[in-house]
Design a protein around this ligand. Structure first.
Ligand code: UGA
Ligand code: MN
Length: 244
């Protein structure tokens, strides 16, 4: 199957560094189609150049977060949803351009700041309906992970430092969904109405139940993705005419 990786991204000093890292990970992955959605009024040359240089099959989109929903500089990051507009634009592109039962794929939401092992993409390729796996460095733990029943091997709960009783206590980086499901459940989108921190849970609820999740990464015992965050650098001066 083709892995459709949807990446929201926005301009800040570290954007080029983040996208360079992600694109060079993806260059090592066969069958990837990278859907990059800029949070901007227009597509930028910076992102365009990274994509053209990448040797990856890609689709370049943009969708600006409405000003009212935009995180202010001083806001703590949990105050607003991030990536809503952009992921929905990515979903719309898939739904407009791909055909049910014909195009075979798996959809993964791949934020631009996380760290991804190429081993993760082998796991994503195994997804039949909805696959899940551990995510490192998130939710106040060294890793969040689905808890499996020893006998049946099915997911019975979640280890998470933050609201483990969520319907699906899984970060955006911890699941992938079959393309046909995405193409047929047209009402499944992200929304600003969702409770903060419940985007993943509410989205997954459109497609599956806890019992039907497919545990991957050696029965959820391996960490192949980390919810890293890049420190915001203190920039006191700008070199003119240099794209960094
Ligand atoms: C956590 C989850 O890992 C995200 O997937 C989820 O969207 C977010 O919480 C949430 O609850 O909204 P976090 O690291 O706090 O993630 O979020 P960011 O990495 O800052 O943003 C997620 C994605 O949205 C990134 O790819 C980022 O580039 C993009 N983004 C962020 C924008 O496109 N515009 C923005 O103004 C901010
Ligand atoms: Mn992040």
């Amino acid at each position: 199957p083709t892995i459709y990786a949807i990446t929201p991204t926005y301009y800040r000093h570290v954007q080029k560094a983040e996208l360079t890292r992600i694109s060079q990970t993806l260059a090592l992955v066969p069958n990837i189609h990278w859907v990059v959605v800029e949070d901007s009024e227009e597509k930028t040359d910076l992102v365009r150049r990274i994509l053209n240089d990448s040797n990856i099959i890609f689709t370049h989109l943009n969708a600006k977060t409405p000003p009212f929903e935009q995180l202010k500089d001083k806001d703590p990051r949990w105050k607003k949803h991030r990536g809503v507009e952009q992921r929905n634009a990515g979903l719309k592109w898939l739904r407009d351009h791909l055909k049910v039962n014909e195009d075979k794929g798996v959809v993964y939401f791949m934020d631009d700041d996380n760290t991804y092992s190429i081993k993760l993409f082998k796991e994503i390729s195994k997804v039949k309906r909805v696959g899940v796996w551990p995510v490192g460095l998130v939710g106040g733990l060294n890793a969040e992970l689905p808890i499996l029943d020893e006998k049946t091997g099915k997911v019975i709960g979640y280890k998470s430092g933050w609201k483990p009783d969520r319907p699906f206590a899984i970060d955006m980086a911890g699941f992938a969904i079959n393309l046909d499901l995405i193409l047929t459940k047209l009402q499944a989108n992200f929304s600003y109405k969702m409770e903060h921190g419940l985007q993943e849970s509410e989205f997954l609820s459109f497609f599956t139940t806890k019992e039907n999740l497919e545990p991957l990464a050696s029965n959820c015992t391996e960490v192949y993705v980390w919810h890293t965050r890049t420190e915001k650098p203190k920039i006191n001066g700008l070199i003119p005419d240099l794209e960094v």
